[in-house]
Ligand binder design. Structure first.
Ligand SMILES: [Zn+2]
Length: 75
């Protein structure tokens, strides 16, 4: 009886602590997803599914259609 009351009183505190821990643990999967997205994009570029882009300006090296801005960093 007394144990049940104590459990109910303590539960909100335990839950909030769990939520904070979950929020901190979210950083690791987020970094993993970001890393895998980078790897996946690099694989698509190397498989010629996507054109390579400049690391400095983010533009393509070759035009796909007339008038498209392209990288001039190395010109
Ligand atoms: Zn560039």
């Amino acid at each position: 009886m007394c144990g049940q009351i104590l459990e109910r009183a303590l539960r909100p505190h335990v839950r909030s602590a769990d939520n904070e821990k979950v929020r901190q643990d979210l950083w690791i999967p987020m970094l993993l997803v970001l890393g895998w997205a980078t790897v996946a994009r690099a694989m698509l570029v190397s498989a010629h599914k996507l054109p390579p882009t400049c690391g400095t300006c983010g533009r393509r090296f070759e035009r796909r259609h007339l008038g498209e801005p392209v990288c001039r960093c190395h010109a």
